[in-house]
Ligand binder design. Structure first.
Ligand code: NAD
Length: 484
């Protein structure tokens, strides 16, 4: 059963429509069939969302953190109870196998709501004692109306990772999903209302980039959190800067994954598979530059090919399938072009490389070996199931090469040498580093990028500081000394 939303947008506690908006067709990536037809937000819809959010914010912020937290925790419970239904929507929207969506999408959204729901009641300011009995206290305040803009790879998770800390701190949110995957955020909006969120606290407006741009520039918006590409990040950050707004930027990557000779081979291969082919490779933090030390290279490539032959590619709704299509025809074309570039620039194709002869946007898991640093596939984010394997000899050499990128989202190392593992992690220029594993992102840990990969952090207690600010109140306990 495909989810047919009642209307395109969810504003002020209910579905809203304006059929004058540009059409958005939602396609099931496994077949290419149209599963829903929505409309991009018109100026009237955007205005309605902004005024509803603005009107809701004062009352929401005036509630105790415990009350707000209760709503978030109820939403988490509802999501968990409906995990399968939500996972089916996510699979239809993204093409990701149901085997993945039932464990990694709605459930990770629920984790965020539960975590920040739990924190909400304990958010406080500070007391700072000064000389002579004077003191300062700070009041932790919400920022106001926050705009969340999502990418298409983890639509439910992205909506929840942004909404949970925002709402916990007393902000309200207008969320604009990616035009490629607009469905699941509408379900989240329904669930927030069912959990007791007042109308206007979480609104969803659909649309292409222009809708996001309009929201970002509106003076009523205090904060923008984007998950998307570096190019979009540049534009959104610049527009937000013009209004001196707070930002969180979760952008792209080209992360290194280093496998030393002494690594546990099976674990290293597993890490490389998780870091390149989960969600058909459409994960921002993927370790797509796999540096393999020369002594282990042949064994690594052989074992990798054996393991990849076990991938079950097919209908994402089949519970046994663990590798689905990419999310759109456009993404298929982008990735196919990169594969062609890899071949043309002399990388050695050791696995996959072809589109599958079936409907939908299917590509084989693809591995290139003998990749060198200057090749396009080693420099640019592909965002698809393409792994580049690069050779290296020494630790110094590989660290210089691993960091020689404008991106800085994630990085990983596989080695049995404890000192080396920590030295390498310390040397990585990346926001999230992994030792002997890859791509885990529990809500308790900060997640975000350095360099061009982003600004700010999602998840963990750190996210609170990105969704609130502290007002300083100086209290004098003595007479005021004026010079004349
Ligand atoms: P994208 O940049 O094309 O679009 C992201 C979102 O921004 C979409 O909702 C889009 O409509 C909107 N947008 C586009 N132009 C805009 C503008 N001028 N103003 C406001 N909004 C605008 O990215 P995508 O193709 O949807 O997603 C893939 C990218 O997202 C990859 O680069 C990937 O690495 C990145 N990503 C990052 C993270 C992270 O946490 N760091 C997570 C997932 C994806």
């Amino acid at each position: 059963m495909k989810f047919q939303p009642n209307a395109s947008h969810f504003i002020d506690g209910e579905y809203a429509e304006d059929a004058a908006g540009a059409p958005i067709e939602v396609l099931y990536p496994a077949t290419g069939e149209v599963i829903a037809r929505l409309h991009s937000a018109t100026p009237a819809v955007i205005e309605k969302a902004l005024s509803s959010a603005r009107a809701a914010q004062r009352d929401w912020a005036a509630r105790t953190g415990t009350e707000r937290g209760r709503v978030l925790r109820r939403a988490a419970d509802i999501i968990r109870a409906r995990n399968f239904e939500l996972s089916v929507i996510e699979t239809h929207d993204t093409g990701k196998p149901i085997q993945e969506t039932t464990v990694a999408d709605a459930s990770s959204g629920a984790d965020a709501l539960e975590y920040f729901g739990g924190l909400a009641g304990s958010l406080t300011g500070e007391h700072i004692q000064l000389a002579g009995g004077d003191f300062v206290y700070t009041i932790r305040e919400a920022l106001g109306v926050c705009v969340g803009i999502g990418a298409w790879n983890y639509p439910t998770q992205i909506a929840c990772w942004k909404a949970a800390p925002a709402l916990a701190c007393g902000n309200v949110m207008i969320f604009k999903p990616s035009e490629t995957t607009p469905l699941s955020a509408l379900k989240m909006a329904e669930i927030f209302v069912e959990a007791g969120a007042p109308k206007g606290v979480f609104n969803v407006v659909q649309g292409y980039g222009g809708v996001g741009a309009t929201l970002v520039t509106d003076p009523r918006v205090a904060k923008v959190s984007l998950t998307g590409s570096v190019n979009t990040g540049r534009k959104v950050y610049a527009a937000a800067a013009d209004g001196m707004k707070h930002v969180t930027m979760e952008l792209g990557g080209k992360s290194p994954l280093i496998v030393f000779d002494d690594a546990d081979l099976e674990n290293a291969v597993s890490g490389a598979i998780l870091g390149n082919f989960y969600s058909s490779g459409q994960i921002c933090s993927n370790g797509t530059r796999v540096f393999v030390q020369k002594g282990i290279k042949d064994a690594f490539l052989q074992r990798l090919s054996e393991r990849l032959a076990l991938a079950r590619i097919g209908d994402p709704m089949d519970a046994l399938v663990n590798f689905g299509p990419v999310a759109s025809a456009q993404q298929l074309e982008i990735v196919t072009n990169y594969i062609a570039r890899g071949k043309a620039e002399g990388a050695r194709l050791v696995h996959g490389g072809d589109q599958l002869d079936r409907p939908g946007y299917y590509l084989q898991p693809t591995v290139f070996a003998d990749v060198t640093d200057g090749m396009t596939i080693a420099r640019e984010e592909i965002f698809g199931p393409v792994m580049s394997v690069l050779d290296f000899e020494s630790e110094d050499e590989v660290m210089t090469r691993a960091n020689a990128t404008g991106f800085g989202l994630a990085a990983g190392v596989f080695t049995r040498d404890l000192s080396r593992a920590h030295r390498v992690a310390a040397g990585f220029e990346a926001g999230t580093c992994y030792i002997n594993t890859y791509n885990l992102s529990p809500v308790e840990a900060p997640f975000g990028g350095t360099k061009m990969s982003g600004v700010g952090r999602e998840n963990s207690k750190l996210a609170i500081s990105h969704y609130s600010e502290q007002k300083t109140v100086y209290v004098a306990m003595n007479d005021v000394q004026a010079p004349y």
